[in-house]
Design a binder for this molecule. Sequence first.
Ligand code: FMN
Length: 175
Amino acid sequence: MDLFEAIEKRYSYRGEFKPDPLPREHLIEIVEAGIRAPSACNQQVVSFVIVDEPELLEKLAKAIDRPVCHAAKAMIVCVTDPRPVYREMSFAPEDCGAAVENMLLAITALGYATVWLDGALRVEDRAARVGRLLDVPDDKTVAVVLPIGIPVQPGTQRERLPFDQRAWFNRWGAG
Ligand SMILES: Cc1cc2nc3c(=O)[nH]c(=O)nc-3n(C[C@H](O)[C@H](O)[C@H](O)COP(=O)(O)O)c2cc1C
């Protein structure tokens, strides 16, 4: 699939997944896309735990408590290292966002669906519970989870504001 087609076709999926397993080659291809994302000072502070063991998936789904996780055939858990990389500043959230977007596009291009779970992890100690299940060290942060599978009812991207309400040439708000 062409890059711009993947950008247009990507959407957040929160429904049921088909029972088909996800081949590891595809999971590796998706995470390779994440690894290829830029990172501040190329410090690569984002790492990935790829979960495809059914029992562990079930435990993760319970900890995250979102319906989409219960049917996921695999989950990619993005873990950030909040250490400063440039003048005492951490860019871990930005690095993580870049890696996640690359993976969302790869997931779309391969015919799967997912949703960027981040806010959902920040309540009820969910991120820490996921970290404990996956042996993530205490000084690292579970930042994003991507539950993946083949969608039973594929959807479309939510509407966006028109270009002229979001972007301008040369001056903010220029007509
Ligand atoms: C930083 C970030 C955090 C998000 N966290 C969640 C989340 O916790 N749960 C969820 O269902 N969707 C989450 N989303 C997905 C957004 O709700 C979704 O991208 C947005 O509504 C636009 O829909 P679309 O992805 O179909 O275009 C998150 C997206 C971003 C970029």
